[in-house]
Write a protein that binds this ligand. Structure first.
Ligand SMILES: [Zn+2]
Length: 409
């Protein structure tokens, strides 16, 4: 634990943000005393949504900061902000981790899978597959066979040194190749970086088998912090301690608890004891790779969901993008929460929680044209306003996506 960095951050937050100044004073926290750190109440996603402006330091102009929009599993959108220096620091930290696994990785060709939702995306991110210098951008929203075939051919032609992808999407590519007698080895990738969702061991093993000569690394990152932990050759996720302080709370008998993260350098919008929503365990025993940073064992995390429409297999992420684009259009968080129900193959119901009324028809039209534009598919859409969303009886959690069953290949 980097005590000085934490104390500096606490004192800064107390002096420069309305939110922490009140929080510390209401809870009697002495920011000079590191032992009081664990008494600080957690910062939640909902807390950020409500107090966004009060969390931002008075030394920064909100409009000059970089914005990362994220939405938790409950569909609540939230804005995370940081300045340019923090962006550089985060990027350097991530590249530093990659270099530990592959010293000559810098400047090599890279294939990046993305959902096409970056707000300031360059034009290269607009198409299904587009090359921009040494980077090949691949939109992963549709992983139906016709699309995966195009992706495979593009990778063969491009020959990336590195592939950055979500495990479930790369798994689709690997199983497609198996079914169609195509060789993933012909892609000749040397470095596979998995991220953005929980990595199941069986998926990791399939990917290692499909790319036997490649380093297969796992990046546990979040939009709020970028890289939180990165795997070494032993497949252990080492916490990026120079950037973040990570703790767990409410541990079970096995030591797994809720993951709490403090960003050590983001003074523009301090995230102090932020509850990320994942479950994990921190291990301090030495790893034979030589890294000294503690290892994070994840128990759960985000997983991917898909829905079928004809021969299309579509990532659920498109719904988040669609809702977010509506909020961006309205310049406000019009939609606070959403839930999607696939009533028939081509018919979806959107349950919406909002402070506003009488926009259902506008939203319906927006959704229809969004899907037509992004995927070329025409959907029937029902929009209904709700006071609150339906909680799944079995899991007692909000199930955002409720798709029809389909036969797994
Ligand atoms: Zn290690």
């Amino acid at each position: 634990m980097d005590e000085k960095k934490i104390v500096d951050l606490l004192q800064y937050a107390e002096n420069h943000t309305e939110y922490y100044s009140k929080l510390f004073s209401n809870n009697g926290i002495n920011t000079r005393d590191i032992n009081e750190f664990t008494k600080i109440p957690f910062l939640s996603k909902a807390g950020i949504q409500v107090n966004e402006k009060e969390i931002i330091s008075d030394e920064y102009d909100i409009n000059s900061l970089l914005l990362e929009r994220t939405s938790g599993s409950s569909g609540i959108p939230l804005n995370c902000r940081y300045d340019k220096n923090e962006r550089i620091r985060r990027s350097l930290a991530l590249w530093g981790e990659r270099k530990k696994n592959s010293s000559d990785i810098m400047g090599k060709k890279m294939a990046v899978f993305h959902a096409g939702n970056r707000r300031h995306a360059n034009s290269a991110r607009n198409g299904l597959i587009a090359r921009d210098g040494n980077t090949l951008y691949i939109n992963y929203l549709n992983v139906g066979d016709t699309y995966v075939e195009k992706i495979y051919d593009a990778l063969i032609e491009f020959r990336p040194y590195m592939i950055r992808c979500q495990p479930s999407i790369l798994f689709e590519l690997v199983t497609y190749c198996k079914r169609n007698n195509k060789s993933t080895m012909d892609i000749q990738a040397q470095y596979i970086e998995l991220g953005s969702e929980y990595l199941f061991e069986y998926i990791r093993d399939e990917i290692i088998e499909a790319f036997p000569g490649a380093v297969v690394a796992n990046n546990y990152g979040t939009q709020e912090f970028f890289c939180v932990a990165y795997s070494c050759p032993n497949h252990n996720l080492h916490i990026v301690s120079e950037q973040l302080h990570v703790e767990t709370v409410n541990e079970d008998e096995e030591g797994y608890g809720e993951i709490i993260i403090t960003s050590l350098h983001n003074y523009a919008m301090p995230f102090i004891r932020y509850k990320i929503g994942d479950i994990g365990k921190i291990e301090t025993k030495r790893c034979s790779c030589g890294r000294k940073e503690p290892v994070l064992q994840l128990k759960s995390g985000r997983t991917s969901e898909f829905f079928m429409y004809g021969s299309n297999k579509v990532h659920a992420h498109i719904f988040k993008n669609c809702i977010e684009s509506f909020n961006v259009l309205k310049l406000k968080t019009f939609i606070k929460q959403f839930q999607v129900i696939q009533l028939q193959e081509h018919h979806f119901e959107f349950k919406i929680v909002s402070d506003y009324t009488s926009f259902q028809e506008e939203l319906r039209t927006h959704i229809k044209s969004f899907f037509l534009d992004k995927l070329g598919i025409e959907l029937e859409i029902t929009v209904s306003l709700q006071k609150q969303l339906t909680i799944d009886e079995k899991s007692n959690k909000l199930k955002v996506y409720n798709f029809l069953q389909y036969d797994k290949v």
